[in-house]
Design a protein around this ligand. Structure first.
Ligand code: GDP
Ligand code: ZN
Length: 307
């Protein structure tokens, strides 16, 4: 039987079968030995093959090829990689400019990580009903920058019922990795567009907070027949992308698109002569916050040699 891993606790795996039944499985022994540098051979989102023994105990005997997966270094053993989730169709960052305010650096870090793993991403600004004029000015600026870079971005409000249908549509028939600071309204949004799920307010974040202190695992929720969300345990996984400083520009689509116009092939877009990116920035054609994030990530990776 074929199924999808929806939850993992390290020893046991909840696997959803095609008839939507969820069964608890163990792993066949051989998986444990395979990849010594990975703390978990199977992650949420993995497509697996399952069999039952005479006592009706289920076990996973095969993992099917992954379309993609995201990893982070193990909290305790840096050389070990922890697979957070697999087979992700898109990342949706839920941000807010009020209660709590999401720093643009947080959003851009998630976008960088998604880009490195080849996962499309979208940026949603929730709690729009709470924004005052200056927030709205910033909102326009940020959304413009993201849309220009190719990341669909719009505002929502659970309170004012703003753009909830539009948000619903982007979750349809996809497996979405959802992330955002605690309290931005992830559970409320998901509840309002998928009432059957009936998440407690704060449920997604509570789960995430736990993840900051312990090695917990992502959890997958089924929204409807072909739509799933995966919420990730905390934000740590978005701090450790395994790339070199000179590569950062390749993972900013709006830089990637223009970098061939820079005078030097190896331009880092920081203080080189004839830099096309700096020129766009001066002309007001490049998002200043995106540029700040670019420089920050570039410096950070350079300082650490590697994250
Ligand atoms: P999560 O931690 O990201 O899952 O956030 P929750 O869904 O638990 O929401 C945190 C708080 O924000 C709750 O009190 C919600 O009622 C409130 N909230 C969620 N969305 C909105 C919104 O669009 N506008 C306002 N004003 N409050 C919201
Ligand atoms: Zn340049």
């Amino acid at each position: 039987m074929r199924g999808t891993v929806v939850q993992s606790t390290g020893n046991f795996y909840d696997v959803m079968l095609s008839d939507e039944r969820i069964i608890i499985c163990r792993l066949k022994g051989k998986f444990r030995l395979d990849n010594k540098k990975q703390t978990n051979p199977i992650a949420v989102g993995d497509f697996v093959m399952v069999e039952a023994d005479e006592q009706n105990n289920y076990s996973i005997y095969e993992i099917l090829p992954r379309n993609n997966y995201i990893v982070r270094s193990d909290i305790h053993k840096k050389e070990y990689k922890h697979v957070i989730a697999a087979n992700i169709d898109q990342t949706v960052v839920i941000a807010s400019l009020r209660q709590p305010r999401t720093a643009h650096g947080f959003i851009d870090r998630v976008l960088l990580t998604s880009e490195v793993y080849g996962i499309p991403a979208k940026v949603i600004f929730n709690k729009h009903d709470l924004y005052i004029e200056k927030d709205n000015n910033l909102l326009q600026e940020l959304m413009y920058g993201y849309n220009e870079a190719g990341y669909e971005s719009f505002s929502t409000s659970v309170m004012a019922n703003e753009n909830l249908e539009k948000l619903h549509a982007i979750f349809e028939n996809k497996c979405t990795l959802i992330t955002g600071l605690s309290g931005v309204g992830k559970s409320s949004l998901v509840n309002s567009i998928f009432p059957n799920l009936n998440l407690r307010v704060g449920e997604i974040s509570k789960y995430s907070e736990k993840g900051l202190h312990t090695t917990t695992f992502a959890h997958m929720y089924r929204l409807n027949k072909n739509s799933f969300i995966i919420d990730t345990p905390g934000i740590k996984e978005f701090g450790l992308v395994d790339i070199d400083a000179y590569e950062v520009g390749h993972y900013f689509p709006e830089i990637r698109k223009e970098m061939h116009n820079c005078k030097f092939n190896d331009c880092m877009h920081i203080n080189e002569d004839g830099c096309a990116i700096k020129k766009l920035l001066e002309e007001g054609k490049f998002s200043p916050t995106r540029y700040i994030s670019y420089v920050t990530f570039h410096e950070e990776i350079k300082a650490a040699k590697k994250w």
